[in-house]
Design a protein around this ligand. Structure first.
Ligand code: FMN
Length: 175
């Protein structure tokens, strides 16, 4: 059974991210995978502050929260990055989490799912570009969930369209 990390890229109280994560974890379970949630708000990493670049050979992490994040990524068979859209980009907390790692992303299967008023297309594009740069195996399919169309303001699906949007992406990831 593949262990798939579902990364919540929002720190906001009352965030829509939790319901979106629920949709994704339910779908992963239906596909026979084992979803594991990585809540970046709970992990609570500082802004990247290592004196050495993650791309450097001598990069080592000592920060406990970043070590926990690194372990979660390394131990997963694939990662779903859930991005909100903040000012036509991804969230700072998700970008920061991506930046803490480098070698861990190489060839890591990654899927990107976004949600927002216009489907978080810019947020998704940011995350796809960064993870491709890091040589992750980013699945070509992405999913956009739209407030007041496929999901409510709380992030919960309003019908079958939300499931239909995420299913092909997760299938491509789980294989
Ligand atoms: C600072 C900020 C900027 C935002 N910018 C956008 C935006 O550019 N496009 C959009 O569709 N929604 C935007 N939104 C709305 C968010 O997509 C919406 O609040 C969403 O619920 C955020 O995800 P979360 O609830 O999981 O934190 C913005 C929200 C905030 C707080």
């Amino acid at each position: 059974m593949k262990k798939i990390l579902v990364v919540i890229g929002s720190a906001r109280e009352g965030r829509a991210a939790d319901k979106v994560a629920e949709l994704v974890t339910d779908e992963l379970t239906a596909l026979g995978a084992e979803p594991v949630i990585a809540d970046l708000h709970q992990i609570d990493m500082p802004f990247f502050n290592n004196p050495v670049s993650p791309a450097a050979e001598n990069y080592t992490i000592t920060e406990p929260s970043a070590l926990a994040w690194q372990k979660m990524v390394v131990e997963s068979d694939g990662v779903v990055l859930l991005t909100p859209e903040y000012n036509h980009g991804t969230s700072g907390i998700l970008k920061n989490a991506i930046d803490w790692l480098a070698a861990e992303w190489v060839e890591k299967p990654v899927a990107v799912i976004g949600y927002g008023w216009s489907g978080a297309v810019h947020g998704i594009a940011n995350v796809v570009e960064s993870t491709k740069h890091l040589k992750a195996a980013v699945v070509p399919e992405t999913a956009s969930l739209f407030f007041m169309k496929t999901i409510g303001m709380d992030g919960a699906p309003t019908g079958e369209e939300a499931k239909a949007a995420v299913e092909p992406v997760l299938k491509a990831l789980v294989g």
